[in-house]
Ligand binder design. Sequence first.
Ligand code: 531
Length: 361
Amino acid sequence: MANNSTSVPALFQPLTLRSVTLRNRIGVSPMCQYTAEDGVANDWHFVHLGSRAVGGAGLVIVEATAVAPEGRITPGCLGLWSENHIAPLARIATFIKQHGAVAGIQIAHAGRKASAALPWNGGAHLSEAQGGWEIIGPSALAFGGDLTKVPHAMTEADLARLQNDFVATAKRALTAGFNFLELHAAHGYLFNSFLSPLSNQRTDKYGGSFENRTRLLLDTTRAVRQVWPEHLPLAVRISAIDWKAGGWQIEDSLALVKLLKAEGVDLLDCSSGGLVPDAKITVVPGYQVPFAEKIRHGANILTAAVGFITEAKQADDIVREGKADVVLLAREYLRDPYWPAHAAKILGHKLTPPNQYARAW
Ligand code: 531
């Protein structure tokens, strides 16, 4: 098949976000590696992320990277709360870009889900004696299950500090050379826990009404947008629904996303769940794609679909049918760093391999 714009599969068509062009619609979803020390990236992160750029991804997003030490999910999570964190991330961002991908980073605060053990050590909350720390959240309500610690309800001073931490971290991400920034507002972490009435029982201007529960995320997005350059794209990941009666629903997401768009958010990364341990989720292939589709059409914004996307045709259909603009692969990318090359073959498309691999692709 001729390699021109009419015959290039939707999955392999470029996408321009502000001044940045993704060579295709395939992204590496931010995936925790639990392998940092004091938040500092190392050779594991370099190889993990670098090999996926070499493998043909259009976008490589560095895992949830904490804006403050107490915002890490586990002691092994990445951070960017100090100048010392910049250099090893800069090496990674440079390599990703050298190999033709957009270098993204997701910045995050884990809120009441912070201070947990590594997953391969059980993932339960760690006491201070075990190397854990005090946690914060909207209200003094524990997540539940193995995450039994009760967060300290944030004061106005804590909220101001949090916003400053996001702004300072966004600036450091820019210094490190990233050209795509994502705010993590999903999966029950700090922003998500403010959004949902199940975790936010505040009675001040950050709790109660929809307007109050969305205030922290919207104020922080506005502050970050002011320091994140106009020519670079900003994304937000949300949990489109809590999968729980009385919780955050898709209509809430639509209303929030319209407001985020007005603050200069370019791409909405649509996940779900993670807010409460007893959510009833039916996980089937592409189970979150309908959220990306509803938000794309209902809020008129570019979306990324994530969650159980594994097959080339499935991914191509999502983009071609206008359900999402980008597909983010997570677990499938842990199995196959060369997924784009394999998908291209299946879809009858020719990728330009790196020179070093040209005789094999
Ligand atoms: C998986 C997850 C997906 C959907 C809901 C809850 C959890 N995650 C996401 C993570 C870390 C570990 C597992 C993050 O978002 C940082």
